[in-house]
Write a protein that binds this ligand. Structure first.
Ligand SMILES: Cc1ncc(COP(=O)(O)O)c(C=O)c1O
Length: 366
């Protein structure tokens, strides 16, 4: 087992703190503690339940219809949920199929554990939607895990409920697990997909407070599964790394989920308005093309063929001279002509950031 730093996280850690306009982030603009109206006075700073606070698990189960509190393990972000599920389910040498592009940790963890990883890459020409016949043709007798993310990061593509049902049927028929990353699920309008874990014991859901609620700093996510053996294995792994969750993070997540609708309305208004603003901008730049996002808070435009400047030069000029942040496609092991555009920021930030992008491009093409 050997872990490398992720190109994506190096880019973030190097540049994100020094910019004025972040139009690359995959979350709604982060909240400040003082704006949440949260009282921590009576909070006991003890070790918590190893599977997560029971009242928090109840609230998650209310959100993830068809899942019960006993099916939920609260984790240190969806990142840890991914780590413990993959560690629990695969051995070195096992074959895993990961939908790509996606958050890189979803393929880096199985790679680091010594799995044989096949990336199932979504095509621009298919609108970044998965071709499930092609997916099935990649399954082998030793395929143990399939991993999908929708709404997708970074492309913003969606699948239908019928596609999700077919994916689960494929996983069941080939006796492998489906891990479905539902991190952006609540940012699909009008109707989100059902929770995968509620549909089969072969399906495992992961999700997080980081994106829709703008709370990445509390590091609270979860996994849900109807398979008790997966839950027990996940807790066993967590006991070796974090034991229990951060009590402050769990308290904030519990209070926020208790007022969930209030937060979801704010997020919906922001995301829908910003998506329209981002679309108008991308479509008015003749050096860009894109697949318009179906849902979520990110999209993956690209420079048109024949664009005369190395895209990396644009991203670096943008961040260094224009203090504006997007994420280069290479951070997702994709063509660097693509970049991730995030539209979860404030309206002003988004508009100014996109204007800076145009200025940076103009300065380079002369
Ligand atoms: C699809 C997806 N899954 C998981 C994560 C990890 O989120 P966190 O660990 O903050 O919950 C991210 C973060 O960008 C993501 O985009």
């Amino acid at each position: 087992m050997w872990f490398e730093r992720m190109t994506l996280e190096i880019w973030f850690d190097t540049h994100q703190y020094q910019v004025d306009h972040d139009i690359g982030e995959s979350a709604v603009k982060f909240a400040h503690f003082g704006d949440l109206g949260i009282d921590l006075d009576r909070l006991a700073l003890r070790y918590g339940h190893h599977g997560g606070r029971p009242d928090l698990r109840e609230l998650i189960a209310e959100r993830d219809e068809g899942v019960s509190a006993g099916d939920v393990v609260v984790t240190t972000g969806a990142s840890e949920a991914n780590f413990v599920i993959v560690s629990a389910l695969v051995k070195p040498g096992d074959h895993v199929l990961i939908e790509h592009p996606t958050y890189p940790s979803l393929y880096e963890v199985p790679r680091s554990l010594g799995c044989d990883v096949t990336l199932f890459t979504l095509a621009y020409s298919d609108g970044f939607r998965p071709d499930l016949d092609r997916l099935e043709s990649l399954i082998r007798p030793d395929t143990r895990l399939i991993s999908f993310t929708h709404p997708n990061n970074p492309t913003g593509s969606m699948i239908t409920t019928a596609d999700l049902e077919r994916l689960i049927e494929i996983a069941e028929r080939h006796d492998c697990y489906l891990m479905f990353d539902e991190t952006y699920r609540e940012m699909s309008y009008p109707d989100p997909l059902p929770t995968a874990a509620a549909m089969s014991d072969k399906a495992i859901t992961i999700s997080t407070m980081s994106k829709t609620f703008g709370l990445p700093g509390i590091r609270v996510g979860w996994l849900a599964s109807g398979d008790r053996s997966i839950m027990d294995a996940a807790i066993a792994i967590r006991e070796q790394i974090t034991i229990a969750n951060n009590a402050v993070g769990e308290e904030i997540a519990t209070q926020v989920l208790g007022r969930r609708d209030e937060f979801l309305v704010k997020t919906r208004d922001l995301v829908q308005g910003n998506m329209a603003v981002a679309a108008a901008w991308v479509e008015s730049q003749d050096y860009l093309e894109w697949v318009a996002p179906d849902a979520g808070v990110v999209a993956f435009p690209r420079f048109v063929d024949g664009f005369p400047v190395d895209p990396e030069k644009v991203y670096r000029t943008l961040v260094e001279d224009y203090r504006t942040f997007v994420v280069p496609g290479r951070c997702f092991e994709m063509d660097n002509r693509h970049f991730r555009l995030g539209f979860g920021s404030t309206r002003d930030d988004l508009e100014t950031g996109m204007a800076r992008f145009g200025e940076a491009v103009a300065s380079l093409i002369g």
